[in-house]
Design a binder for this molecule. Structure first.
Ligand code: UT7
Length: 320
């Protein structure tokens, strides 16, 4: 009997401090109207001084473990998706492991920027299907506020900090769980979205740089292809989808995907207005919200999709 990864708990954490568009407009040549119209973003959360990626991740993970009724000591695998680790090394996942009080299992980071959660889910799901772990924690956690050029209005208004986590458990012969994951990359587009620093180049952390319009066009094409791939692989159609939980980069991209799938707006989980783009954290933050408030119910079909720097992109279908 084949093994499936069941999602048995979700959790999320947002830093306390909220920065509104109006606050940004006080110090930048921008406006609430431009940001809302072009992106759907109204506010973002920003980590406090001294609050680091592993703190956000730990808080989300603790809530996911509590929702799942699982003790940290039962976790055999921690896969943390982040592009904004505490330090260049070790992996932030190992710090989260220690903060959770875990002394065993394996913990490592996955780097696929905004597609990070789909990549981390794919990694953990494959470990589970291969029988190498029974219970896994998949986390997306980001502190993008630390890599933003706060003078650059074309990027700094777009991102926020936050973390989300899910607990996966192996179950034999289940009709529920992760049905499939589909991940892709094309390094020829590396320069469209990158950070202009790093340990092996400038020895500095650097700042995020993005060709927004180009990324926008590619996102719509690539996400549409990934979604079709996921549905075809499971012999399902868009009509079978109960929930679209997309990466939250731009409201116009989210709406384009909803239209492509002919989904009514009520079936699309949107958090971008309150969270902005939290990169690898956006999907698990949205999942935790929609599962937590009872929108996503057991047995329903959830489609996730994301695209980010690399370029990387992917999709996953989960029977909740
Ligand atoms: O999560 C990873 C993947 N990332 C994405 O998917 C992001 C994809 N891209 C986008 O979401 C959009 O391209 C942006 C929101 C980044 C930009 O929206 P756009 O409609 O593509 O605008 P644009 O870059 O074409 O800029 C239009 C105008 C420009 O002025 P001119 O040249 O027309 O005079 C910009 O300088 O808007 C100007 N602009 C701004 N104005 C006010 C750019 N940023 C701002 C701003 N406030 N914050």
């Amino acid at each position: 009997m084949s093994i499936r990864s069941l999602v048995i708990g979700c959790g999320s954490y947002l830093p306390e401090r909220v920065v509104t568009n109006a606050e940004l407009a006080e110090r930048l040549d921008t406006s609430d109207q431009w940001i809302v119209q072009r992106t759907g973003i109204r506010q973002r959360h920003v980590a406090a001084d001294g609050e680091v990626c592993s703190d956000l991740a730990r808080n989300a993970a603790e809530r996911a473990l509590a929702a799942a009724g699982v003790k940290a000591s039962e976790i055999e695998l921690v896969v943390l998706a982040t592009a904004t680790p505490d330090n260049t090394f070790p992996a932030t996942a190992t710090r989260v492991q220690a903060k959770l009080g875990m002394t065993g299992g394996a913990a490592f980071d996955v780097q696929a920027v905004c597609s990070g959660f789909i990549y981390a889910l794919a990694v953990a799901d494959n470990f589970i299907k291969a029988g190498q772990a029974k219970t896994a924690l998949v986390i997306g956690a980001e502190t993008f506020s630390r890599i933003l050029d706060w003078e650059d209005r074309s990027t700094c208004v777009l991102f926020g900090d936050g973390a989300g986590a899910v607990v996966l458990r192996a179950e034999k012969g289940s009709a529920r769980g992760v049905l499939s994951t589909h991940i892709h990359s094309d390094g020829r587009d590396y320069d469209l979205l990158y950070v202009d620093g790093g340990p092996s180049t400038t020895r500095t952390t650097g700042y995020l740089r993005m060709e927004g319009r180009e990324i926008f066009k590619l996102a719509v094409q690539r996400l549409a292809a990934a979604v079709d791939e996921a549905l075809d692989a499971n012999k399902l159609t868009a009509r079978d989808i109960d929930w679209l939980v997309p990466h939250q980069a731009n409201r116009r991209i989210i709406d384009a995907m909803g239209r492509k799938l002919e989904l009514p707006a009520e079936k699309v989980v949107v958090t971008i207005d309150r969270h902005a783009n939290t990169s690898a954290a956006s999907i698990p933050l949205a999942l935790a919200e929609a599962a937590g408030d009872g929108r996503i119910k057991p047995g329903q079909l959830v489609l996730m999709e994301a695209m980010g720097g690399g370029l990387t992109w992917g999709a996953s279908l989960v029977r909740w």
